[in-house]
Structure formats: C-alpha cells, structure tokens
Design a protein around this ligand. Sequence first.
Ligand code: XUL
Ligand code: CO
Length: 446
Amino acid sequence: MAKTYFPNVDKIPFVGTSSLKSGLNYHYYNADEVIGGKKMRDWLRFSVAYWHTFGQQLNDIFGDGTAIRPWNGLTGMDLAKARVEAAFEFYDKMGVDFFCFHDRDIAPEGDTLRETNKNIETITDMFVDYQKQTGMKVLWNTANMFTNPRFVSGAASSPFADIFAFAAAQVKEGLDTAKKVGAENYVFWGGREGYETLLNTDMLREQEHLAKFFHMAADYAKEIGYTGQLLLEPKPKEPMMHQYDFDAATTIAFMKTYGLDGTYKLNLEGNHANLAGHTYQHEIRTAREAGLLGSLDANQGDKLIGWDIDEFPSDLYEATLAMYEVVENGGLGKGGLNFDAKPRRSSFTPEDMFYGHIVGMDTFAAGLKVATRLHDDRVFDDFIKDRYASYDEGIGASIEAGKEDFKSLNDYIIDKPQSALLAATKSGRLEELKDTLNHYIIDTLK
Ligand code: XUL
Ligand code: CO
C-alpha cells in the first residue's frame, strides 16, 4: 500500500446542512450539484495554494513555525518529493480540481539557474505523472521573485540590469513549466516591484522596465505556443512601502498606458483589496467592468489588522458579494478560486489544513448559492436600473447620446426651481437593500 501522509483524514464527504456541527465534511460544497445551469465545481474551480499548504511552517515575525507536518525533518529534494506525494493525497481527499504554485515552492534553488531549473523539472515530471493519474489541473503557476536577497530592490523593476536579466530567465522557465503542466493561467504578482522611497527611485524608468518585461513575457508565451491566460495580481503595499500594481484601477491604467490590456487580465485577492482601502467586491467589479476579470485569490483580512494575514475565507457576506460579481460575469472562464490562505499559527495540526479549506470552500459555495438567487431575482439589477432611469429617456438619454453640451444643459436647467431638482432625486435605500441581502443569505442557507 502506498504511504499515507494524512492517516487521520478520509475523503471529505458532502453531508448537507442536516447537522450544524462542522467536521471533516462539506455542508454547502457539493461538487456536482447544478446551480444556475452549471456544476458547483465549474463555477468555483477551487485551487489549493502550494506555498501555504505545503510550504508554510506558520512562523510569524516574532516566532518560529508551529506547523506539525508529515514531511517535517526532510530537506532538499527529498522534502520536495515528499511534498508532491502528500499534495496529491491532499487534493484527492479534499476533492478539489486545481492547484497553484510558485517555482520556488516546489523545488530548492541550486547555485545557478541551470541547477535550479533541473530541480524544478524533476518535480514537474512528478506533477505530470500524478496529473495523468488523477486529472488534477494547474490553475496557475508563478515565479517567486521576492524571497531571494538578489531581489532586494525588485525583479523587473530592479535598478540593476543583471537582476532584470535573471528575472526574465526565471519567468522563461516559468512559462515553459506552465506549458508543460498545462497551467490554465500564469500569474505575475509584483512581490517587490515597487519602492521604499522616491529619494533614490526613478519611478518612470522602473515602470517602463516592468512594462517591457510583461511584453517580453507575452511574446515568449506566444513563441512557445503557451495559450494560458496571463494575469497581473495587484497589491498596494507589503513587502514594498508602495507597490506599482496598487489595486485593480491602478493596474488597469498601467496596462492601458503600456498596451498590455489586450494580453493580460487581473488576479484579484480579498486581503489585497482591503489593504488598498477597498472591498473585495469593488476590485472584482472594477475588473469585470473593464472586461479584465481573470481569476481570484480567495482569502480574507481582518478589520483590526493593517497587513496581509491570508486567513481562510469565512465571511459569508463578503463571499456572497464576491460571488455575485462572478455570477454577473457569467463565471470566471479560465480563472478560478485559489485559496491564497493559511491556518492561524495556533491551528498547527495537519487536520487544520483540511479544516481551513473546508471553511473556505463551504463559504464560497454558500456565497454562490445566495449570489445566484440575487442574480436570478434581479434584486440589485432592477433597483439599479430604476435608479438610473432618468438616463433612459428625455434629457438623460440625450446626454448619453452625446447630443447635449454645457450651453444646451444650461438652457434646460436654468429656471428649474430647487423643489423640482429635489424631486428629481430618489433615496438610495441602503438600509432596505442590506436588509433584503440578509434575508437572501438567511433564507438560502437555512
Ligand atoms: C502575496 C500573494 C502571492 C501571490 C502569488 O500577497 O498574494 O502569494 O498570490 O505570488
Ligand atoms: Co495572492
């Protein structure tokens, strides 16, 4: 019998909502259940993040790792290989269809890039074998260009040309890997693409380098026939004081400035949205309306903490509104929901790795159910349509059609009394809408 890494956990079954108590089972995620014309697994396309689940030791800046993991004690390639075996056992038991990884999560670095790439290829050979046996797919892979000290001042935006060259070669290998493992997307999160102080930074030159880098990556992907979607992942701060891909709107402006919006889309993360002073829904809406919604990193932050804590999502309200955007978008296409999340430092057993994903998957599955009803009943759509109705006829329609100017609008409005202007406005009914939203959540999930 093959070695078992998680002997205390069986395949996670769907048990429904008959029992309130959590356990190693799903209450809402029922992979093959059809919601709004599509299976849950196809709406949600859940993915396990290799770095958090198989790399994290749960250390924080004040304390060592607490994680008890079946591979503890192993090092180098032995560790890397054990993690692959454990990972595929974990995916099978969770019943997820996708995983994501950084190059440096899966294999140790050698002294040269050539040696490092050899290590990667040994591990991705194992991935491909397991993928053939299990049908597991890669949602995306990416390059870690932020941990090693060579990236102290960035990668593609580093002031030092050799570091730019190294980053290019690293992403070249990353795109070859993406093609090899059939990754449906390739992600760029600008780990240290930003600055600490403008006193020593040529911001324009750094951003031009970054754009050039993304063009080179897209060109190389095309050259090798890699057809996955290329994604940029915004984050406003941490590790750099200021990150260039600050939020969805800033990244979209950057993409449009440098002609990247035809080749790249966005990967949006809940906790990153909060750090930028936005809701997760705001970021997803911004990308959706620009036609640039690519994929989602599902996690949550905390109102009381100002940094990235990558907590597994459990906030039904936030998940409902995120899924509402996804449903309005007709799904995520090649994208999915990647749990860029880890258990808390005090949740250190192997079983907590399962519980973390269970709460995340059940939260988003529940969110999908509520969102589908909100969409089908046109709860917000009808309200919003009515709120803007004055643009559907008369002067509003004429403004939208470009038939008016400041002079014509002045003539139209100049003699209207204040009472008529006030009568032209309507209550936004925020409290009523929130109450309705609560009713939908409670009724759908009962
Ligand atoms: C960091 C983060 C990354 C990216 C991939 O905050 O979100 O893990 O998702 O590099
Ligand atoms: Co992320």
